[in-house]
Design a protein around this ligand. Sequence first.
Ligand SMILES: C[S@@+](CC[C@H](N)C(=O)[O-])C[C@H]1O[C@@H](n2cnc3c(N)ncnc32)[C@H](O)[C@@H]1O
Length: 187
Amino acid sequence: MLDDKDFIKSCDVPGPTKEAIRAIILYKSEVTSKDKVVDCGCGTGGITCEFSQRAGEVISIDTDPEAIDVTSKNLKKFGLGDNVTLINDNGSKALKNIKDIDIAIVGGSGRQLENILDIINENLNSKGRIIITAILVDTKVEAINKLKDLGYNPKIMEVNVSNGRVLDRGVLMISENPIAIITAKKR
Ligand SMILES: C[S@@+](CC[C@H](N)C(=O)[O-])C[C@H]1O[C@@H](n2cnc3c(N)ncnc32)[C@H](O)[C@@H]1O
């Protein structure tokens, strides 16, 4: 796993998704070296960099050109990126052209989650997996309801991680923001 502190960050681009969350996403995705992965809302590239090391192909999309730039810089910093295509566009547009997807990760959707999930559902192959990360309660509910409407059996895991900082007089636990990881498989 890559270390959170090693990522290049930007005050205008959210991320990276924290290491413990990336680890759960990787585990849940059941990624193999043959998989085609899309990362919709790649932000700083936290998810993109991890999947670049493990998947066959990664296509990363973000509406924000600065996010694409930071993701590109992080891939370069970690010596990755040969199998990554970066697209500066809205996921609702770019995803239409990406067929036969094995793993679709949605880390940002900008109020277009339902539309994006419709397109992913259309282009996901028969063994495909969908993973959505959500901080807002509303996004969690929207994701679950939409996946149910599309015929999936979604699972949701709310993750609360605290990391210890070792001080002279003891260990201080510092909590990260809770985040939901919503997963679904084609069936
Ligand atoms: C929370 S960040 C993702 C963090 C990322 N997983 C990481 O590890 O750095 C969400 C990103 O989604 C992008 N975004 C929001 N709506 C989008 C959409 N409709 N299509 C593509 N990207 C979108 C935002 O610009 C932002 O960079």
